[in-house]
Design a protein around this ligand. Sequence first.
Ligand SMILES: Cc1cc2nc3c(=O)[nH]c(=O)nc-3n(C[C@H](O)[C@H](O)[C@H](O)COP(=O)(O)OP(=O)(O)OC[C@H]3O[C@@H](n4cnc5c(N)ncnc54)[C@H](O)[C@@H]3O)c2cc1C
Length: 401
Amino acid sequence: MAASEDRVIVAGAGPVGLVATVSLLRQGIPVTLVERTPDLPRDLRASTFHPPTLDFLDRLGLAAPLRAQGLKCPLWQFRDRETGVVAEFDLGVLADETDHPYRLQCEQWKLTEAARAAVEDHPDGTFHTDFAVEDVGQDADRVTVTGVRPDGSRDTLHGRYLIGADGARSVVRKALNVEFPGLTIPEIFLSLSTPFAYHEAIPDLANISYISDPDEWLVLLRTPTLWRVLLPTDPSLSDDEILDPATVEARLQAVLPSDAPYEVAHKTAYRVHERVADRYVAGRIFLAGDAAHLNNPLGGMGMNGGIHDAVNLTEKLGRIWRGAADLSEMDRYERQRRKVAIETVQAQALKNREMLRESAPEKRAAFHDELRAITADPARHRAYVMRSSMLQSLHDLDRVA
Ligand SMILES: Cc1cc2nc3c(=O)[nH]c(=O)nc-3n(C[C@H](O)[C@H](O)[C@H](O)COP(=O)(O)OP(=O)(O)OC[C@H]3O[C@@H](n4cnc5c(N)ncnc54)[C@H](O)[C@@H]3O)c2cc1C
């Protein structure tokens, strides 16, 4: 194999592909990272980093820039839209489990920019933008990746292994004929960002608040510069109708009446899926992140779970690269991380949506009583935040053969 081919190829420079690339480079493994777009997006997507994700990123030298720019939030709340706080959870109780006993509110693009710099600064890191993977193949020794450039020309790359971190519509997943079963959530999710200071208007509001309501649940999330308001929306409306400035203003006024009109810095309406790929591993090609699983954003587990995939995958691939394990090690990656995607991420995200949107009064009361009972009992409170912070899912990995 030519020296230029003795490397791992990573498709997709989202948070998962970039973290996987940095993790491999830190182990002395050369990587070529390819990305379809000319530059990395700066739009508002995930904005929560959970404690174990920050612990992982710290080991890669990527947590410090996030801590410097993010908002440390040990507390988060479950609220009722009419009556206020139902239960307040405190990640501070995990100080003996993690170096980061808080959720860090920080935009996803701040991670991708820091990771991109780490890749470009590394002598073994190669980053090609404007390279859209079109097809992939493999034989006993190497993988082949064909990509198309904006001018229509094609390039072919070879490497020892390929990581498909090319997002929800993954070309790598489709080229492998891997099924992606699941469902699409009926409502559209509308995300609005505003400089309005909800923390001043509602003094007992935590920076991360899930707010239940029989008619219209919502989430209020503070980022370092803005508040994000997430609202479920009628899927029969067009994007133009959903994002119409007068409609957006009316919806924000309904959340909290204000004398002045709301300033809206960003607005996005998007469909949400709950899907897990049938396989994460096909020979020398592996799937990670949104390419392998999608879930609703309630709980902030999509990007975090994808980063946990990247760390698990690259630690195993590092052992294989060094000759300390054989390729069958990757089957365990699939078993471990598919189980987390189904039993932790999907189960918790669906439960969160159910609790927020429940309309039957007796069921709402039962959910709220349960949450109050959990926070009143220190052992149950700790167990709950171990799960919601995704630490428990990592502790449980060793139980997967
Ligand atoms: C509008 C929006 C809002 C969101 N809000 C939240 C939220 O509030 N909370 C939350 O937890 N999550 C949220 N998410 C989800 C979160 O952003 C993803 O879980 C996360 O980005 C997954 O990272 P990834 O690296 O796996 O995939 P992506 O971030 O999708 O990255 C994939 C990369 O691959 C590139 N790519 C795609 N196809 C190709 C190809 N053929 N060749 C080469 N490169 C390719 C893409 O350009 C992209 O850069 C949101 C997503 C969207 C779209």
